[in-house]
Design a protein around this ligand. Structure first.
Ligand code: ADP
Length: 162
């Protein structure tokens, strides 16, 4: 049986930390489906189509990785893809409480799925899309946190917004 994992998130935008998890994940799973949540509550900077396109471009050279958007319950998305694992990244301890809650809720909804956490590389353990956006919005450099294409997309986006 193929080991298929769904890696859900907002990815607004994808960072080197997210990519680190995908690279680690694909060593363990046969397939990873990066599932981009619409997350309207987070008022994303990039549209869902832009986020999907950016991740697809960044992962095009990674066999076994695909990208799609999803809305509704995550477990329905797993069902659709015959996946059994929800992949999540863990940074600092502060992630733990939210992740614990979400994994527990998903287990309650569908106990056949497992949530697997992967620890990011140390240099990404403080990195979040939220801070990357904030730094870029204020005119700071974020090229050490995101791939060059995402850096350009961020700069463009904030130009549009001015
Ligand atoms: P969400 O809205 O689901 O929190 P995010 O895009 O912020 O979406 O995060 C998606 C997943 O990626 C989460 O499991 C999160 O912990 C993980 N993640 C985010 N940033 C990093 C990072 N720097 N290193 C490792 N994992 C990360």
């Amino acid at each position: 049986m193929k080991k298929i994992a769904v890696y859900p998130g907002t990815f607004d935008p994808i960072t080197n930390g997210h990519l680190d998890i995908i690279k680690r994940g694909i060593k363990v799973f046969d397939e990873i489906i990066v599932a981009v949540a619409l997350s309207p509550g987070k008022e994303p900077l990039f549209s869902v189509d832009e986020r999907v396109k950016m991740i697809s471009d960044m992962t095009s050279d990674m066999p076994g990785v695909s990208v799609e958007s999803f809305q509704g319950l995550l477990i329905d998305s797993l069902e659709k893809h015959h996946a059994h694992v929800i992949l999540r990244g863990l940074r600092a301890i502060s992630d733990f409480e939210y992740e614990f809650q979400m994994a527990s809720m998903n287990r309650k909804l569908a106990s056949k799925f497992e949530t697997v956490f992967m620890m990011t590389a140390e240099q990404y353990s403080y990195l979040s899309s939220r801070f990357v956006k904030e730094i870029c919005r204020l005119g700071g450099k974020v090229d050490c946190f995101v791939p060059p294409e995402i850096n350009s997309a961020l700069i463009e986006k904030f130009k549009e917004k001015r």
